[in-house]
Design a protein. Structure first.
Lengths: 209, 209
DNA sequence: GTCTATAATTAGATAGAC
DNA sequence: GTCTATCTAATTATAGAC
């Protein structure tokens, strides 16, 4: 009883660990984020990490599960508000929502980019567990647009990486953008303008005329 | 005499170190690439690294200097073959060449992306030494196109990250692309198709109608 | 559930022989 | 110019007290 009142419950500690680990893994990469630094940012000691998670690799997976789950929930919630809307408008609004989520959660793409550079166990797990379902959703969207003549018949591999690259890179590289241009890409006006451009890029640029 | 004949000269060893370090730094990040692993891939022992370079940080800078120099030379050579060509065609061909270079040298963008996620000394040096001159070239190109009515007046910060994100991401993330889609993005047909799309994206999509 | 103390491993860097 | 051997510090993980 007294312990429960005087210190955070285990569930809160786990939450603090996941939040700290997301920031440090995404900024510093898997190798660059030490468990000591993660523990320090979470406000606990390093050995306590190993009480809450089985090891660094499992911590990384828990972090990735967590941020992807938030992404899927966010996209699903946005989509659920668009019942009865035509496919082209749905596509525009979902692409826009994707850009906005990427601005609000740059850690997602930072981790994906980090692991996608090198073949290995973490990439295999990431692709099969989380990326492939998203990719298949995107491909289905491309196919619906192409069937309606709103998209030129371009191979989905190109469209997927054009979309994610154009939409997320500036937020992944936000510290560089700020230093290079003086502009804060997380400012709401910047995010809105960037989302508009990406939507036009995908849906107008490749449209048959 | 006999030592010069029986083993690589120092200059060749330095070259081997730079090549190995470029691959490992770009794939595994600064922290993930150990000097032991770099030395092993270069075919030497780890302490010999510290004979040829002053330390890990200086090795990283030498690697970045080297790959950026190759990028600038490649772009300058392409441009020098386009004297007398109109601005819009030059822009199209230079964007295309940029995409092709990014496919042939994904290490460049892998290193930039890695360091751009986090403010710090390496990012400061990278931006001021290498990125800013390239950015200013790109901005000048955007301004020429806008003055001729070939580009809508969009802020250069957006265009720069749309261009680099759309053009380079699929090559940065090539291992993921291959596992996810089964397509090798380094195949010449893929690179050509991707370059065409990026050119149309930038120069057609944002064109005033 | 959290701590202090510490083991085991690996990192970057140096000494000194050849 | 390159090696073997080694130092010091930092890393992940574990033991055991509270």
């Amino acid at each position: 009883m007294s312990t429960l009142a005087s210190r955070p419950a285990g569930i809160e500690t786990r939450r603090a660990i996941l939040d700290a680990a997301l920031d440090l893994f995404s900024e510093r990469s898997f190798d660059g984020a030490s468990t000591r630094a993660i523990a320090e940012q979470a406000g606990i000691t390093q050995p306590l990490l190993n009480y809450h998670v089985a090891g660094k690799e499992e911590l990384w997976r828990a972090v990735v599960d967590d941020v992807f789950e938030r992404f899927r929930m966010s996209m699903a919630r946005r989509l659920s508000g668009l019942r009865g809307v035509d496919d082209i408008t749905v596509a525009r609004l979902m692409v826009r929502h994707f850009v906005e989520f990427s601005a609000a959660n740059p850690q997602l793409h930072r981790i994906i980019m980090q692991e996608s550079k090198r073949a290995g166990g973490r990439l295999d797990w990431l692709v099969e567990t989380h990326v492939r379902p998203l990719y298949e959703n995107a491909v289905a969207m491309f196919e619906r647009l192409t069937a309606r003549g709103e998209l030129a018949p371009v191979a989905p591999e190109h469209l997927y990486y054009l979309l994610t690259g154009a939409g997320a890179t500036v937020f992944v590289m936000a510290p560089e953008c700020e230093r290079l241009t003086g502009v804060d890409p997380f400012a709401p006006e910047f995010v809105a303008a960037h989302a508009d451009l990406v939507v036009d890029l995908l849906i107008r640029a490749t449209t048959k005329e």
